[in-house]
Design a protein around this ligand. Structure first.
Ligand code: GLC
Length: 565
């Protein structure tokens, strides 16, 4: 086994021991490893590909990289079906490659966060294979959630529950029992009442922490623990139950017992390992995950559901800063990730249709994808303008920003994927309703021409349309007005803004313009509207603007400026 690597002391944003911990206002860049850079020409990105692009990440100026799963996997769910939690997928490299990547990133001051998937394993995990061969009621089956069926001969599932990707949440095995899978059939849910499951994940956290990993992103953090009665409620009953910590399957209070144990593991390292919860829970319950006794930070996904709209943005910022105050953590900001339509595209489409609760009635952009990316027409340029403005707004906020690979290029969602080339289980399990998430997972264009636009030497695992070449890194890197340059400049000057974690709103006299000041006098002004905004910022200088025509007197439509005192 190769040498474990520990974090180097001169990591970016590592200040004096009593200064705020590094993660509170970090910029974390999400790498979807299979689509980042391919060094061996097999069409899949790999760990060595990340290492080979360390200078790019360094020059971009990110504080940390979060890697979506890179573990052995049959890719039934893009790697979120993990067959072995303590290894690297041979298609992506080796543990030695991983150690080299960590050392290379650490040497540049970039921390490494890995994704832990504790709600379910892959069906190819040795535990599940063992469970299939074992008897009903055996210890091997007790690691998962097996049940007898219903109906006279048990041929009906234990309940009518629906999986998150569509279709039934129970699957039958040859001896007649059924197992629970809240996601794909290939992702059996683990039984978190079983101490063996708990102990094994502690080992996994230690395994990666010992290798120098700085933090963890916890997948589906709100679903691990379950309280399943003998007679199961129906899906409708489940949906009607309050989400008050006692719900049978979602956001149970007792999940924090798991995280309290993990916390002792994280804190046994110096510096303590960090964690961020992917918890799709009611807002008021987010602080439970973000508390320092639990995972320490939680994603705020509100902006993924918002339109490019001043009042929505303001409400989200205010509410989330309050929530951060309640947990003692910092807020997080996310505009794009591997599960949603890219924000340049969302903002170029008509606003999301909303239900009575004000939330989008379905994932924004799905109708457009289903129409083949044509109807209603995507306004690419408008989407990109707004995306740049939204990004600068978010990067000026207190808290940490999570960026998704490719957004720094202004990339759009790829709609041009034939059914036969799709990979996402959502597509297969909800035919005709949801095309899934492949369009934001298409490999990155590094070069304007050549095989797979510089992603690798062969064809990429998802098709890259011609237009991607225009967004290539080599097209943008020396262009002073490119989106990539904007991100690089923003990250370079951002550290000056992040003096303390608060802001004050300044009235603008316009409902579609937001302006806030940070305690050290830096200001951010975003014009969400279609008319220019006349700004009175005499005495301030525009340090950065998402539109080159901005000045201390004028903020063009759909743009943001940063002002220094
Ligand atoms: C999370 C991941 C998503 C995955 C699901 C099941 O929501 O972000 O990509 O499909 O969990 O693991």
């Amino acid at each position: 086994m190769s040498q474990a690597v520990s974090p180097t002391p001169d990591l970016r944003t590592q200040a004096s021991p009593d200064a705020a911990p590094w993660w509170r206002q970090a910029v974390v860049y999400q790498v979807y490893p299979r689509s980042f850079a391919d060094t061996d020409g097999n069409g899949l990105g790999d760990i060595a590909g990340i290492t080979s692009r360390a200078d790019y990440l360094d020059e971009l100026g990110v504080d940390a990289v979060w890697l979506s799963p890179f573990y052995p996997s049959a890719l039934a769910d893009g790697g979120y079906d993990v067959a072995d939690y303590r290894d690297v997928d041979p298609k992506l490299g080796t543990l030695a490659d991983f150690d080299e990547m960590v050392a290379t990133l650490h040497a540049r001051g970039i921390r490494v966060v890995v994704d832990i998937v504790p709600n379910h394993t892959s069906d190819l995990h040795e535990w599940f294979q063992e469970a299939l061969l074992a008897e009903p009621g055996s210890p091997a089956r007790e690691r998962y959630i097996f049940r007898e069926g219903t109906g006279p001969d048990g041929s009906l599932p234990p309940s009518d529950w629906v999986s998150a990707f569509g279709g039934p949440a129970w699957e039958r095995v040859p001896d007649g029992q059924w197992y629970l899978h809240h996601f794909a059939v290939e992702q059996p849910d683990l039984n978190w009442s079983n101490p063996e499951v708990r102990a094994d994940f502690v080992q996994t956290l230690r395994f990666w922490s010992d290798r120098g990993v700085d933090g963890f992103r916890i997948d589906v953090a709100h679903m691990l623990t379950k309280d399943l009665a003998e007679v199961l409620p129906s899906q409708a009953e489940l949906d009607a139950m309050p989400r008050d910590g006692q719900h049978p399957t979602i956001d149970r209070d007792d999940v924090h017992e798991v995280y309290a144990e993990w916390r002792t593991v994280f804190d046994s390292y110096d510096p303590p390992r960090t964690a961020v919860a992917e918890a799709w829970v009611d807002r008021v319950r987010v602080p439970l995950y973000a508390r320092s006794e639990s995972l320490g930070q939680a994603f705020n996904f509100d902006l993924l559901e918002a339109d490019f709209d001043a009042s929505q943005f303001r409400e989200i910022v205010t509410a989330n800063l309050e929530l951060a105050g309640a947990s003692g953590s910092s807020s997080t900001w996310v505009l794009s990730n591997h599960d949603v339509v890219r924000h340049a595209t969302r903002y170029g489409l008509p606003d999301a249709e909303r239900g009575a609760d004000g939330r989008p009635s379905r994932k924004h952009g799905q109708e457009w994808l289903l129409s083949g990316g044509r109807e209603p027409e995507l306004d690419r340029e408008r989407g990109e303008r707004r995306a740049r403005a939204a990004t600068l707004f978010v990067l000026g906020l207190p808290g940490s920003a999570y960026l998704y690979q490719g957004e720094e290029l202004g990339l759009h969602e790829v709609a041009e994927i034939e059914d036969g080339q799709r990979q996402d289980p959502t597509f297969f399990r909800s035919p005709g309703f949801d095309l899934g998430r492949d369009g934001c997972r298409v490999p990155l264009p590094w070069e304007a021409s050549g095989p797979s636009f510089g992603f690798g030497s062969g064809e990429a695992h998802l098709p890259q349309p011609e237009w991607m070449g225009e967004y290539a890194v080599d097209r943008q890197i020396d262009d002073r007005e490119s989106t990539l340059t904007l991100y690089r400049r923003a990250l370079a000057v951002r550290t000056d803004i992040q003096a303390s974690e608060s802001l004050d709103w300044i009235e603008t006299g316009r409902a579609d313009v937001l302006r806030f000041a940070r305690p050290n006098g830096w200001q951010v002004v975003t014009n969400f509207g279609d008319e220019p905004y006349v700004l009175d910022a005499a005495g301030s200088s525009v340090v950065l603007a998402s539109d080159p025509n901005a000045s201390p007197d004028l903020v063009p439509p759909a743009s943001t400026v940063w002002l220094a005192p």
